[in-house]
Design a protein around this ligand. Structure first.
Ligand code: KG4
Ligand code: ZN
Length: 342
């Protein structure tokens, strides 16, 4: 049995998780504490890196304490520590990495640098068990939009495609601002879209032409198309049909994400799709992916929304995979890398 403490601080969530790895490979979530600084960023309409770093510094030790209280364990029970070392905001990553090093040094346990993107995929193993090899992961959040072929979570992940401009969540946040909806924009757009007609306004599907990259995404043109549409209506002094705009935008995002994911699965002979990241909470992405996967005979997995957004449990889960795979721990000189590739 191995107890893994996971620490996440790559963006605006301070996450601390504890996972127990049993000798038969079972991973059990024992604690999942998240302190978010999202409200501090709301009035800026996006994450302010300096504010996020300071918030991590204040929230980290209390979150660790709460995680131990939740699990009923003592710090001396910890066998290994995993920490997000990238990708993410430079100053924010440093807080988590420095904390993890201090705990690893004090407890004299191995330290593992964890890739945040692999962590998002690992989150699903806490809920649905081992992933088949290979599987395809669609990672969609405020910071990333990627299609990953996962042969082994700990040692072999290949990026098949990614966004060439904005991340899917970023597009939600920007469109929400255009529609005077609050930040973060995903939940209010999702809600408005459910009252709207997705076919009322046809918004463009970026990078879906026959000559375009097969697995890459582009959402910046879609955001601009929404902005132009809204501006034209305002110029004509017509009221903005917020629900229809939200529904049309959401349909375009869900259509492209699921289309490219299914295409990649088919091209690579993969039979399981995992969708994770904050945007995976989206109702239309869930329903469209469900319909299309059922039609194509693909198995579809989503972690529950709490495990989709940034958290420490996913990093503890990935740490457990690294331990299980016999990956060499990092030294206490572990660097952080804001642009760490998968
Ligand atoms: O994974 P996450 O918590 O943080 C990052 O790593 O970015 O994702 C946050 C993003 C935000 O852009 C938010 O607007 C989006 O996830 N989001 C949603 C929904 N809930 C959150 N997007 C679409 N539909 C939702 N229901
Ligand atoms: Zn994330």
């Amino acid at each position: 049995m191995t107890i893994v403490l996971g620490i996440e601080s790559s963006c605006d969530e301070t996450g601390v998780g504890i996972v127990r790895l049993d000798d038969d490979g079972t991973k059990t979530l024992l604690a999942d504490q998240v302190a978010s600084s999202v409200e501090l960023h709301a009035r800026f309409g996006g994450v302010v890196p300096e504010v996020a770093s300071r918030a991590h510094l204040e929230a980290m030790v209390p979150a660790v304490r709460r995680a131990f209280a939740e699990s009923g364990l003592r710090m001396s029970d910890v066998d290994a520590i995993a920490v997000t070392c990238g990708p993410g905001l430079a100053g924010a990553l440093l807080v988590g990495v420095a904390a993890a090093k201090a705990y690893a040094l004090a407890l004299d346990v191995p330290l593992y640098g964890a890739n945040h993107l692999a962590g998002h995929v690992a989150a699903d193993t806490l809920e649905h068990g081992r992933l088949p090899s290979p599987c395809l992961a669609l990672l969609v959040s405020g910071g990333h939009s990627q299609l990953l072929k996962v042969d082994d979570l700990a040692t072999s992940i290949t990026e098949l495609g990614s966004t060439i401009d904005d991340a899917a969540g970023e597009a939600y946040d920007k469109v929400a601002r255009l529609l005077d909806l609050p930040y973060p924009g995903g939940p209010p757009i999702d809600k408005a879209a459910q009252q709207g007609d997705p076919a009322a306004i046809a918004f463009p599907r970026g990078l879906t032409g026959p000559r375009d990259a097969r697995y890459d995404f582009s959402f910046s043109g879609l955001k601009t198309a929404v902005a132009r549409w809204v501006e034209a209506e305002e110029r004509a002094a017509r009221p903005i049909p917020v629900n229809d705009v939200a529904a049309g935008f959401q349909e375009a995002v869900a259509d492209v994400l699921t289309l490219k994911a299914l295409r990649a699965a088919e091209d690579h002979g993969i039979d399981t799709l995992v969708i994770s990241g904050g945007v995976a909470a989206n109702s239309r992405i869930k329903s469209l992916a469900g319909e299309r996967c059922a039609k194509a005979g693909l198995r579809l997995r989503f972690p529950r929304p709490r495990l989709c957004t940034d958290n420490g449990a996913m990093i503890a889960a990935l740490g457990a995979h690294l331990v299980e795979a016999g990956v060499k721990p990092s030294s206490l000189e572990l660097p952080s890398n804001p642009a760490l590739p998968v």
